[in-house]
Design a binder for this molecule. Structure first.
Ligand code: ZN
Length: 293
């Protein structure tokens, strides 16, 4: 039976534009696609001829002509102020509150022992992180190589959701990193498919934590990660269409059973040592209907 995408496109919404100038422009709102909530990815389309788009007073790079991609981190709150200059010079502005959401926090007793990783482990992990950083820096430097960010996005593998974005374990006062992705349990060997078109920037392993991993660049700074793969079916530089095989489900790296860890990030150019700022997003928000564990 041919494979068919199990899920549909982004939610479409239209933001109301509050005008600083003439109300005659009320018929030209910013078009938005996506969810204004922590972990959400939103595409904003400007009215024809508008420019100088800013979010909370900060310019945002264009993903395509007149289209800008926004991402909201797990702990962001408050109101998002969007503004631009219309073709006739008037200022367009709107304010959209981020819909609050809560994350599963597990509070557990303090760990009796503090295990310090061996120096060899730390050194190897540093090399792995350096390779990931380099691959992401390439994605940031080449934002027009792929247009998969436009979606639609499909679930890369069918299965039971066993881990959700943003959940966190706290042992005593020691907070572990939040879970940056969606875990989907499926039998070992099940094909993992590209959820949207992209270019493979990294395909290697096993890494200590991610096991065999693939990093897929969807363009405009949007990248996705597939971890704990049994088998990798792509090579760096490969161009994939939605539905193309990436690899197979496995339990390599730090994993307790066969599952896919699917991560999603929006990378923004930055004047830092790594040359980008990473906004970790919730892949589940790209899918419709929304998936629930
Ligand atoms: Zn995971």
């Amino acid at each position: 039976m041919p494979w068919r995408p199990p899920l549909g496109p982004w939610q479409a919404t239209t933001a109301l534009v509050l005008l600083a100038g003439s109300p005659a422009r009320a018929d030209q709102p910013f078009q938005t696609k996506g969810v204004f909530t922590p972990g959400g990815l939103v595409a904003v389309t400007l009215p024809s001829g508008a420019r100088d788009f800013q979010v909370n007073g900060v310019p945002v790079p264009e993903a395509a002509a007149g289209v800008h991609l926004l991402g909201f981190g797990r702990d962001e709150t408050g109101t998002v102020r969007l503004s631009a200059r219309a073709a006739d010079g008037t200022r367009l502005a709107t304010a959209i509150p981020l819909a609050p959401r809560s994350f599963r926090i597990e509070r557990l007793p303090a760990l009796g022992t503090t295990d310090t990783p061996a120096p060899e482990w730390v050194a190897r992990r540093e090399r792995e992180i350096a390779r990931t950083v380099l691959a992401k820096a390439v994605a940031v430097a080449r934002p027009t190589d792929a247009a998969g960010w436009q979606g639609p996005f499909v679930l890369p593998v069918a299965g039971r959701i066993t881990g959700v974005y943003g959940s966190q374990r706290i042992f005593g006062t020691l907070a572990r990193n939040p879970h940056w992705g969606l875990d989907i349990a499926a039998p070992r060997g099940t094909l993992v498919r590209a959820p949207a078109p992209g270019i493979v920037r990294l395909a290697d392993g096993p890494f200590l934590i991610e096991g065999n991993l693939v990093l897929l660049d969807h363009g405009a700074g949007l990248v996705s990660l597939y971890a704990h793969l049994d088998d990798i079916r792509v090579r760096p530089g490969d161009t994939l269409e939605a539905g193309d095989p990436v690899g197979t489900v496995g339990t390599t790296g730090r994993s307790t059973g066969p599952h896919l860890h699917w991560g999603l990030s929006l990378l923004r150019p930055a004047a830092t040592a790594t040359a980008y700022r990473e906004i970790r997003l919730d892949p589940a928000l790209l899918l419709e209907p929304a998936v629930q564990p």
